[in-house]
Design a protein around this ligand. Structure first.
Ligand SMILES: NC(=O)c1ccc[n+]([C@@H]2O[C@H](COP(=O)([O-])OP(=O)(O)OC[C@H]3O[C@@H](n4cnc5c(N)ncnc54)[C@H](OP(=O)(O)O)[C@@H]3O)[C@@H](O)[C@H]2O)c1
Length: 293
């Protein structure tokens, strides 16, 4: 089976998917240096030429604060590109796997969100990701959309990298304790994606058609950024290099940012578990495994 994987060289999730999807077929990993997703006709031409059976889109415009200034770019990558992928998937009879975000919600529900809850993104990034979900649905392509949250890995500019850098520079850290969601190890997300596809049998597009829809898929359990940060520091394999003596809870409104973030955007992943018989491990365990290298 030929698989076109976008974001497969440099993205946190895409990098992991490149490995986990490999046993399923020929993975053609594409990233910005091969194809700029702003160029919709180049994207369409590439997909028609390659004619994959499966398209996996792990690329995205993920700069949440910058998106407030770069609205057009965010929508080009998060809405138009997935729409093109879905249109081509439909005309080729291929399946599409796409990832979305907890930031499609406003965080006011007071309990973990299920798939049927009303969306109401608070920032441009969330609006562009929601528009991407809708664009895919509108094409009628066979798709699986996995909404995930707080993706981490030891690669790239994730929260772990930032926090460890600060911990080596500052004696005291303040981290918000009123933002709550599910920390999700990119590797587990990639493993779960490959596992469910492996369970789908020979006719992948037919399997995706049968399961078609939106699913929440994130690390099991939820926590605040403050608790997450404490666990990151505790699991740091180079703890002796930390300068930080204390970590204090803070409120989101003490750190104004260009993009407003939802406060309680944890995802309830029961529908995914029920449909695929899989669940991601508790976020604390995943974090330990991730940080032990
Ligand atoms: N990170 C999170 O906390 C989080 C939370 C919820 C949901 N998600 C979703 O999960 C998925 C994976 O996220 P991630 O954290 O793995 O993202 P990531 O590390 O930011 O990777 C995104 C990938 O997309 C590529 N890309 C961006 N603009 C492009 C362009 N114009 N042309 C070609 N490629 C381009 C990036 O290339 P460059 O590196 O060259 O820009 C990168 O390889 C995304 O759908 C995201 O929305 C992420």
């Amino acid at each position: 089976m030929k698989i076109a994987l976008f974001g497969g060289k440099y993205g946190q999730l895409g990098w992991e998917l490149r490995r986990t999807l490999a046993p399923l077929g020929e993975v053609i990993a594409v990233d910005r240096d091969d194809l700029d997703l702003r160029d919709a006709s180049a994207l369409e031409g590439f997909l028609r030429e390659q004619a994959p059976r499966l398209i996996v889109n792990a690329s995205a415009y993920t700069a949440v604060d910058r998106a407030e200034q770069e609205q057009e770019l965010a929508f080009a990558i998060n809405e138009r590109a997935p729409r093109v992928m879905a249109e081509v998937a439909r005309s080729l009879g291929a399946g599409l796997i796409h990832y979305s975000t907890d930031y499609v919600f406003d965080g006011n529900m007071g309990r973990p969100y299920v798939e049927s809850d009303a969306t109401n993104p608070l920032n441009v990034y969330g609006q562009s990701k929601l528009a991407g979900e809708r664009a895919i649905q509108e094409t009628g392509a066979n798709h699986l959309i996995f909404r995930t949250a707080w993706v981490f890995s030891m690669r790239g500019e994730s929260f772990i990298a930032k926090l460890l850098e600060w911990s080596r520079q500052k004696p005291e850290l303040r981290v918000v304790d009123d933002q709550v969601s599910n920390p999700t190890w990119a590797r587990m997300l990639a493993e779960a994606t490959a596992l469910l596809l492996a369970g789908g049998g020979e006719d992948m597009p037919a399997y995706i058609e049968e399961k078609c829809g939106i699913y929440h898929l994130a690390g099991w359990g939820y926590t605040s950024r403050f608790e997450w940060a404490k666990q990151i520091l505790a699991n740091d394999p180079r703890r002796t290099e930390q300068r930080v003596q204390a970590i204090q809870p803070a409120r989101t409104d003490e750190f104004p940012t260009p993009a407003t973030r939802p406060l309680f955007s944890a995802l309830d992943c029961s529908r995914f578990e029920h449909n695929f018989g899989l669940r991601l491990p508790p976020w604390e365990e995943a974090l330990q495994r991730c940080m032990e290298g």
